[in-house]
Design a protein around this ligand. Sequence first.
Ligand SMILES: [Zn+2]
Length: 575
Amino acid sequence: MLIPTPRRQPAPAPARALPSRPSRVRAALPTLRLSVEGLLLLACAWLVIAANGPFVRAALQGRELADASAWGFGLALVLGVLALHLLLLAPLAGRWTVKPLLALLVVGTAFASFYMQQYGVYLDPSMLRNVLRTDIREAGELLGPSLALHLLLHAALPLLLLWRVEPVTRPWPRALLMRLGLVVAALAVLGVALLSAFQPLASLMRNHKEVRYLITPANVLWSLASVAGAEARAGKAPRQPIGLDAHPGPGWATRSKPQLVVLVVGETARSANWGLSGYARQTTPQLAQQATQTPLINFVHTTACGTNTEVSVPCLFAPVGRRDYDEATIRGSQSLLHLLARAGVGVTWRDNQSGCKGTCEGLPMQTVQDLAPPGLCADGHCLDEGLLHGLPEMLRRSRGTQLLVLHPLGNHGPSYFRRYPPAFARFQPACRSDDLRRCSRQEIVNAYDNALLYTDHLLAQLVAQLQARADSLDSALVYVSDHGESLGEANLYLHGMPYAIAPDVQKQVPMLMWFSPGFAATQRLDLGCLRARATQPAAHDHLFHTLLGLLDVSTTLYDPAWDLGRPCRPVSPST
Ligand SMILES: [Zn+2]
């Protein structure tokens, strides 16, 4: 019997593995083989075209588009900037380094170009330092859907293309020859661009040299190198002490009560929107009310030392201020706070933002986050009233001579609406987005003004609490904002413009003082005289010497010409 041979079942076909997602992308996007020099040229062309619109616009400002010379100048600028970047990158880009280097540049440039195009930011070392020192909570508010879209187009897409490029390997003599060829060609283009546009370029650099901080990504690279160099130098040497001769003035021995000065270093409040200084809207109703009953003195024309926190805060506590500004000296030296502590003043810094920028290094510091005031903190943010947490008890225990520095979040942008509780949302409709471009100018101003209303409330509370203890504690309050803010004027937002070209709204800040009757009497302060002084121009430069005067600390660093209270005291205790 024949047993039929069972038919062999065909072996099942092996399941074909689906290609992984990167493989599918790889299949859709073929590999592009390019020399390192070709890749550099393409990448630099992309960076120059995608990110240098603000530079070219600023450089051509005031020129007629119909004018052929404007086009010639514009072309020379673009070619010059391209050649400059090729020369910067040529020594660093090798077969293995070119892709990581370009990837970093593409991402850095995408972030930089977003803030430059959206907010009119100039990326100089001071701005970069400000960016690097911004804490994560503050940085989170600068992210949004517009940035995500920008990054998709300006970072993700170029990165995808870069990923598919395979740099060609060449024998080293040929590779060297090609690199030399690139450098010579770039030098030639730069030379021709400079020569052909020498006159307008020289005039631009003479009159508006800050535009160089719009050349991207060279501005990022230069600023990074500059900040890293300054940090390395500062890291090596300890801060130089200042005012080693500081000692208590004659008034300390004759006082019957403890003395306290509260200094509030405000954030991003601008004079133009300050009710007490004549803004059409009453953004300081509580202080205005107090001013009718107590010696509250508003300085109407106060100029800030810088246009960002990183410049203004250290400058506020330095003897020279803006008039002889030298960043390296200020950063390399101790601050007024160290000098006062050495003289015997009890100094405490209470912070609700990104720290004291080195000015209180080694001195007692508290953060509102650590104080955890009930009901005032959520999602990593605390409202500024947290700065007053436990203050009555602090005032009750105050002994000797004290300086309490409060550092609120104030009007820190762009999320002004996060700075105040609902009860202060008086001006409506208010922008409630982290992305200012999603709001109208009026909505932005409304949110900004609501945040000022809350600062007004904070300061009024502070005055009330100091007043309540006036029988046992002589006290003074000084409030000054660190810098102002642009709210869409001339299409500018936020702050941090180079000082020389910053609009007044970024430089003019509110400043006020309040004195308990006992404090004014001990100082023999003529408040009418100080009120008259407050109508005249003042500056951050005055703060160092004015505080020495108010706290009655003697030192040879004290300059009576810069003490706002000096003309209003019969004899200055500090001279
Ligand atoms: Zn600031």
